[in-house]
Design a protein around this ligand. Sequence first.
Ligand SMILES: [Zn+2]
Length: 340
Amino acid sequence: MPVGDIKAVAKRKVKDKAVKTVKRKVSGGGGGRKSGAKGGKKGMLPIILLILVVVVGAGLAWHFGLLDGFLEGTGDPPPPAVVAVDGQLEMHFIDVGQADGVLIIADNGDTMLIDAGDHRGSGQRLVEYIQGLGITELTYVIGTHPHADHIGGMDIVLNTFSIGTLLIPPVSHTTRVYERMIQAVENHNITTRAPAAGDIINLGGAVFTVIHPGADDDWRNLNDWSVSVHMAFGATSMIVTGDAEHPAEAAMMATGLNLSSDILRVGHHGSRTSTGQEFFEAVDPTIAVIQVGEGNRYNHPHDCVMERLETAGVRIYRNDHHGDIIITSDGTNLDVRTAR
Ligand SMILES: [Zn+2]
């Protein structure tokens, strides 16, 4: 169920409860009337007035939302708690051409890299970009799925930086780039894990929730294996879904995990195979970042996805237009800087 619907249902429940509360008060008043009847006609007028005051008062209180605070404690789970954070979180959407590479630097200096650019110059540029920030250690590295435009530069990354944990989906590939990544893992004895939906990764004050794939999933399409994460830092959030396509997006929605995000790193470079309407509504972003190469042979991003974003009034940033894109969060506000 899309998160939007969950919110709507929760609202409806609160309203139903308001109705019930009012009804309870009315029937309570009715009980008073009965006992008032025993006392004869003289005693009835004040009781009827009291009932009127209670009914009208409760109605007005409901109308003006005055019961909301009272009703919050009556059973519905509270909305996800916003954890207060100090410091800043940086999200670097590195220009790696027609490929992916997102570097997150937490408030305590811990780092996460999601995908490593393509092979040849792309991955090399990503490595030099990260080195340029003075970073020598990557706390977490995610290789969303084994396609070359995501793990092409992974061998250079694993050979260059000190790696905490490598997170990859439990699926192999027969390509040279995949073999080179596995070779680098073995050479450096790197801890590798296959994350599953529901896993939580803390990076400083940021909380990453793995939203895909599920622990028992078995996808035929490599794109649908994409390890996907939802990140919350204070009240700000981001979602990154690799090249996950519509079936994987539907699976994410079915988990019931929170998908709502300020920043949507648009799936599959803006391909029409991803960012379905329901998924998009569940994420409901204000900022979209598209990692796409100029004049790419896939014609990414596709018009239907651009239209979807534009119609919703989302601010769009793309590596082919803006170069490197850096978004900084202080837990409340997002600041976007671009190389051009
Ligand atoms: Zn891709």
